[in-house]
Design a protein around this ligand. Sequence first.
Ligand SMILES: [Zn+2]
Length: 424
Amino acid sequence: MKILIKNGYIVSMVSEIIKGDILIEDDRIKRIGHIDCEVDRVIDATNKIVMPGLINAHTHVGMSLFRGCADEKELMTWLQKDIWPVEDKMTASDVYSASMLSGIEMIKSGTTTFNDQYFFEDETAKMAEKLGLRAILSRCIIGDGEEAHKRVAEAEELYNNWHNKADGRIKICVGLHAPYTCPPDTIRRGVELADRLGSPIHIHYLETKDEVKQMADKYQMTATEYLKKANVFNYHVMLAHGVHIDNESIETLKEISGGIVHNPVSNQKLGSGIADIRKLRSNGINVALGTDGQGSTNTLDMFEEIKSAAYLQKVIYQSATALSGEDVMKMATIEGAKVLGIDSEVGSLEENKKADIVIIDINKPHLCPMHDIYSLLAYSVNGADVETSIINGQIVMENRQIINADEQEIMRDCRRITESLFRR
Ligand SMILES: [Zn+2]
């Protein structure tokens, strides 16, 4: 299948913006420039921005049914009283419907790749396979003893069932919940699994001040020292949050493969604090953007994270130049791909890379006029401006119509499940 995207503003994220065309052949970008050739489909991108799909580098898409169910709660109260008891009652089929809702929400707001950690993760894999999304998935390993042992076995089974499936769009990694919820033996088992499978590790890291205190009280060390001692940093790591990182930890992080995933909306809403992204990036540490789950973030619209990330750095540095629109767009695309270890395949528009592309209609009052494309993307565009989305060379949304699922049916299912779930 050959698709030609004609006459768009091509924002590749790695080279100068040009007005031109992109030829897609099968799953890859064949050529970028001024192209005239026989193709199966032509997409007219006049007055539209053509850019790499956004990368949501940390989320829990099975949590969509928690959207707005218990707002204005402290993180631990929220988890222990409102989230975990309901999660215990969720069935595989509930997680499938919740994931489908999230998948549709992500495609409709420009995300083409997501990095997820949850339970019943097979259901999330089914969703990614069906909707055409690219995904890195992990079964959340948490707790100790037999329970942790069982979760490690499930994580390995997930790998055996799904790694490299759906035309290679689905990858499986090892998901550890967090240093403060995984005792040494659990971390050790997770690291052993990562070693056996040759997988990256995805873990929550220094989200709250309380976590810093818990690590000091329990282990007399920082979360960074704890993970280093357990050899976690010998692997490619995706560290979600990184709000409370001390200077010594920065020295350790400079050496790692992977990076930090900044979730600015969730951190603001739960009152966790503000990660010093500028400091991390100026020390050469890769920083991706993520939404976290809808329980704490409410929507999976990455454009909200993009705006928040830029604004928060300006606030903490009391400087309008603290983080630019261009830099934050890179965090949502190519830098995100680096944190996930997939930058040789996605994250930018380049010949021979996978064709993960979104097209944004800018013929709208709130996007007019255009002085600077990065400013427009970072500060004015929202998820609903994404018109068409292509993943792995396949059109998954065209003119805001989801191709591989019935959006209305999924919303009906989710409303019905939510009613019974919160009463079970
Ligand atoms: Zn999370």
